[in-house]
Ligand binder design. Structure first.
Ligand code: FAD
Length: 637
């Protein structure tokens, strides 16, 4: 496997401009001759499909939901970053770039991150032009708030529903193209395989979720915008449908998978409350602008909140990290929450929670101002826990949330398979070992609106792309393989439900490859996962038939992929003998419990090549060069 990052030469700030000029263009009247398959219609997919169609390409866009508006991006709450510097508090492209590289614990590619910071301001203009109702100041200017890992306010937001509003913007752009006949939208349709012809990605095989029909689609390039895989942990903040299938199928066809163990555990989620749960709920990081995180100073203190005097409360983030306080990055906040709970100072029935308290903010700003900022989040919390955050602090605990890992892509967002481009959360590109809050929306929309529309043109203009029909033998073979897999799932006819396997896999992953990881735990996971996978194929019960709507069958296919993918996540975590960002190897920490990086041996992207089910994938490395930021120990003190 060749890993050529294709990062252009020259000064960092000129790379993207020079690259755009050097790239070949497709003549406007030739664009309609190219058919691009975009899989996914969340923020990344919808923005890409709309932009490519606007440019004149023929686009077919796929999603498994019944409308692009239901893509998981709709769940995004707190905001989107951009280096507009509206508050005049010292922000710049360089600062956003620096914060993001540092926030990712120096495990991302400088050139990609700088480009992200450069185009971030355009995204806000684009969204405003579409009518996205960002919060505004009294005078009409767009309002900003802060997110973790930054000392400036650069986060644009629409109360606690920023993803929904941005998605409505991208969806309206997409809909315009659907109406104009430039995009064919295929809903309720799930990718099951990628088809390669002469080594290039030339199509996909899908399953219609309503009829069960398998179908092949050919194109000149394939774009995966299929989101993240945090549901490998079963309990996560992701929508129930989020899965790894598309990315993993691409991996099986030869696409390198980068840093799969870099999974973000978000500090502020409603804690697990019982075995019956299948989903966890995020409380946006934006709440840490005004909420104060604390636990009782004394272990085992079971007193009610009102009975714990101020002097007996430990605002541990403010105490340990006075510069950033409650707004330290997510990995730091999550790790510290776990540490105080491990000391027996956690609150609530399980002892696995810390307080997020708005008392002081309400006193300072008034209830109305707090409600205006976070009203929908408070309402959601109240509905789920029956406790009113205006009256009593929220209880929160870390939970799986986001995948920094994903399919490896070069600077042009192309995977190791020529023609297969990957955007949004599905790629690994910009966040290193830890994503800063409000930067996933920024990256997905940067990829879709402002990067891919340029780079895919260069691919189409320079690649040899003879016409390929779905009658080609590669499509027939892929369709047969997909059909066989579904028949096999239905044929097991065992006793245990799909969800019971997913739950057990999630437990293995959370216990051994979650917030803290050890070589021993990871080796144990690597023994348990193949056994669970074997049991799945021997005893899973998938009712119904292939024809027609069959949700257990859909889920079974996704869980079957998670059961293979999880092993790669653990191999990756085991190989990385250092702590960086979200990846805390218990063996590698400073005496204060902070992550201890090993830049000498691990300043690289780990990229895995598929070798067969149950076989250890082959490990490749893309070395990371830091020419513009100095590698340093991350400090938020
Ligand atoms: C609760 C929550 C809150 C968040 N809040 C924020 C925030 O405030 N700010 C921020 O920056 N980030 C936030 N994030 C992260 C951010 O929302 C996501 O990273 C981002 O929206 C992902 O966008 P995407 O387009 O890459 O993928 P998604 O929105 O997940 O879209 C994936 C698309 O792919 C399709 N798809 C997937 N697999 C297949 C398949 N096999 N076949 C066909 N179609 C397929 C789906 O149908 C969907 O259309 C939040 C995440 C969560 C979970």
């Amino acid at each position: 496997m060749q890993l050529d990052s294709k990062v252009p030469s020259g000064p960092l700030q000129d790379k993207w401009d020079n690259h755009r000029f050097a790239m070949k263009l497709v003549n406007p009247s030739n664009k309609r001759k190219y058919n691009i398959l975009v899989v996914g219609s969340g923020l990344a997919g919808a923005s890409a499909a709309a932009s490519l169609a606007e440019l004149g390409y023929k686009v077919t866009c796929f999603a498994f939901q019944d409308s692009p508006r239901r893509a998981h991006s709709i769940a995004a709450q707190g905001g989107i970053n951009a280096s507009k510097n509206y508050p005049n508090d010292g922000d710049s492209v360089w600062r956003l770039f620096y914060d993001t590289v540092k926030g990712g614990d120096f495990r991302s590619r400088e050139a990609n991150v700088y480009r992200l910071a450069q185009v971030s301001a355009n995204i806000i203009d684009q969204a405003v032009a579409q009518g996205v109702p960002f919060a505004r100041e009294y005078g009409g200017l767009l309002s900003n708030r802060s997110f973790g890992g930054a000392q400036v306010s650069r986060t644009f937001y629409a109360q606690g529903a920023t993803g929904q509003q941005l998605l409505l913007g991208a969806y309206s752009a997409l809909n315009r193209q659907i109406g104009a006949g430039a995009v064919k939208m295929v809903n309720r349709c799930e990718l099951q395989d990628i088809v390669l012809v002469d080594g290039q990605a030339r199509g996909i095989v899908t399953r219609d979720l309503i009829t069960g029909k398998l179908e092949s689609w050919s194109g000149d390039a394939v774009v995966l915008a299929t989101g993240g895989y945090a549901n490998v942990f079963f309990l996560s903040t992701n929508a129930m449908g989020c899965n790894v299938t598309a990315a993993y199928k691409a991996h099986k066809r030869g696409a390198g998978f980068a840093n799969p163990s870099f999974t973000q555990i978000h500090p502020t989620c409603i804690p697990v409350s019982g075995d019956y749960q299948s989903k966890l709920t995020l409380m946006s990081e934006s709440l840490r602008n005004d909420g104060r995180v604390w636990v009782p100073k004394k272990a085992g203190d079971a007193r009610k909140v009102a009975d714990i005097p101020e002097s007996e409360r430990d605002y541990f983030l403010e105490r340990k990290y006075p510069s950033f306080g409650n707004l330290v990055p997510r990995d730091v906040a999550s790790r510290n929450a776990k540490m105080v709970c491990d000391e027996g100072r956690g609150v609530g029935e399980s002892g696995l929670a810390v307080y997020l308290d708005f008392r002081d903010a309400i006193q300072r700003l008034g209830k109305d101002a707090v409600a205006a900022r976070y009203g929908n989040l408070f309402h959601m919390y109240h509905k789920i826990t029956a406790e009113d955050p205006f009256e009593t602090p929220m209880r929160i605990y870390p939970a799986p949330h986001y995948a920094m890992g994903g399919l490896w892509v070069d600077y042009n967002l192309m995977s190791t398979i020529p023609g297969l481009h990957v955007i949004g959360e599905a790629n690994f590109s910009d966040h290193g070992a830890n994503r800063l809050g409000a930067s996933a929306l920024m990256q997905g929309l940067a990829d879709g609106y402002f990067v891919l529309p340029y780079t895919i043109g260069n691919y189409l203009a320079t690649a040899s792309l003879p016409k390929v029909e779905t009658t080609h033998a590669s499509f027939q073979a892929a369709e047969r393989e997909v059909a066989d897999r579904f028949s096999k799932l239905l044929g097991v006819n065992g006793k245990q439900t799909v969800d019971s396997f997913h739950r057990r896999l999630g437990r293995i992953m959370w216990d051994n490859c979650g917030l803290g990881r050890t070589a021993e735990g990871l080796q144990s996971a690597l023994e348990q996962i193949p056994k669970l996978r074997e049991e799945f194929w021997a005893d899973v019960r998938v009712p119904g038939t292939e024809a027609g709507l069959n949700q257990p069958l859909e889920r079974a296919a996704r869980v079957a992929d998670f059961l293979e993918f999880a092993e790669m996540v653990c191999w990756d975590a085991l190989e990385r003998e250092e702590s960086c960002g979200c990846h805390l190897r218990e063996e590698h920490r400073t005496p204060e419990g902070e992550a201890l990086r090993n830049d000498k041996d691990y300043s690289h992207v780990s990229v895995w090549e598929y070798k067969g089910v149950g076989e250890k994938p082959v490990h490749h490395k893309e070395p990371l060069a830091f020419e513009n930021v100095k590698l340093s120990t991350r400090s938020y003190k």
